[in-house]
Design a protein around this ligand. Sequence first.
Ligand code: FAD
Length: 292
Amino acid sequence: MRSLAYVDVLSPKTLEEALEILDENKGDIRVLAGGTDLILQLRKSTSFNGKLVNIFSLDQLRYIRLEGTNVKIGALTDFHTIAESPIIQKHAPFLADAARWIGSVQILNKASIGGNIVNASPAADSLPALYVLEATLTLQSKAAKRHLPISEFYKGYKKLDLRPNELLVEISFNSVKENQIGMFFKHGLRQGDAISVVNGAVLLEVTPGSHVVRDARIALGAVAPTVVRAKEAEAHLKGKKLDEKTMSEVSELVVTSISPIDDVRGSAVYRAEMCKNYVYMTLWKIAEVLRS
Ligand SMILES: Cc1cc2nc3c(=O)[nH]c(=O)nc-3n(C[C@H](O)[C@H](O)[C@H](O)COP(=O)(O)OP(=O)(O)OC[C@H]3O[C@@H](n4cnc5c(N)ncnc54)[C@H](O)[C@@H]3O)c2cc1C
C-alpha cells in the first residue's frame, strides 16, 4: 500500500470554488468525499500522481428536503443521516433500509450517497433502491447544470456519463405513493459490514382493495456490470395478483436480465440462485404486508 502523504489536496470552502478547481485542472484531479472507497483505491494504485479536491467540508451538499412530492438529497449526505431521516423513512422507506445496511457504524457516518453512486460498484447498496425510485441525478460544472435519470448515468462497468469538470450535487425522486410498496434486500457473506453478494429492490404499485399489481419495478445489484432492471419479470407481474404461482414465475424470470460472474464472494450460479430466492422472498413479504 502506498502512502498518500505527498499528494496535493486542495480544500475549497464553497461549491463554486470546488467547481472552479475542477474546471482549471481539466481531469488531472480526483474528487475526495468521505474517502471510504477512494483512499483505498489510491493507496493500491501505482499510477496515481494527480491531485485531490477535498469536498468533504462543503456542508451546502448535505441536506434532505421534501419539496411537494419530490425528495431531494445533497450528494454529501452520509448513510447514517439517510437511514435516520424521517423524510426518507416516510417517503422512501426501503432506501432508509438500504442505507442502514451499509458497512459498519464508522462507514455509515462517513460514506456519502454521492460517493456510493459515482464509485459505481454494481454491488453498491443504495443503487437498487434509487433505480426503482427512478431517481434523477443533478450534475454540475462551473458553467452548467444537467439532470440525468440514474439508469442513464451508467454506461458499463464503472463507465459513467460524468464529465471531468462535473460534480454530482443532488439526487432526487418522487416520494412513494400510498398504493406503492417497496422493499430492499441484501445477501452478504455475514450479517454486518459485508459487501453484497446480491442485492435488490422491488417497488410495486397495486390497485387499492384488489391487490392487483398495476406497476412493478425490480432492480438487481451485483449480478451484472451495472445495476439492472428485471424488465421481463416486471412485465409479467403487471395485472396479476401476488399469488404463489406468479411469485414463482417472476422469480424464475429475473435470470433473463442478469449476467453474474464468479468472484471471491460467490459463483455466477450461486448468485443467480440467490437472486431468484431473494426476489421470491421479497414478493412474499410484500404480499404479507398487503394481506395485513
Ligand atoms: C469497510 C468498508 C465497508 C463498506 N461497506 C459497504 C456496504 O456495505 N455497502 C456499500 O454499498 N458500500 C460499502 N462500502 C463502500 C463505500 O463506503 C461507499 O461506496 C461510500 O458510499 C463511498 O462514499 P465516499 O463519500 O466515501 O466516497 P469517496 O471514497 O470519497 O469517493 C468514491 C468515488 O466517488 C467520487 N465522488 C465522490 N463524491 C462525488 C461527487 N459528489 N461528485 C463526483 N464524484 C464524486 C470520487 O472521486 C471517487 O471516485 C464499504 C467500504 C468500506 C471501506
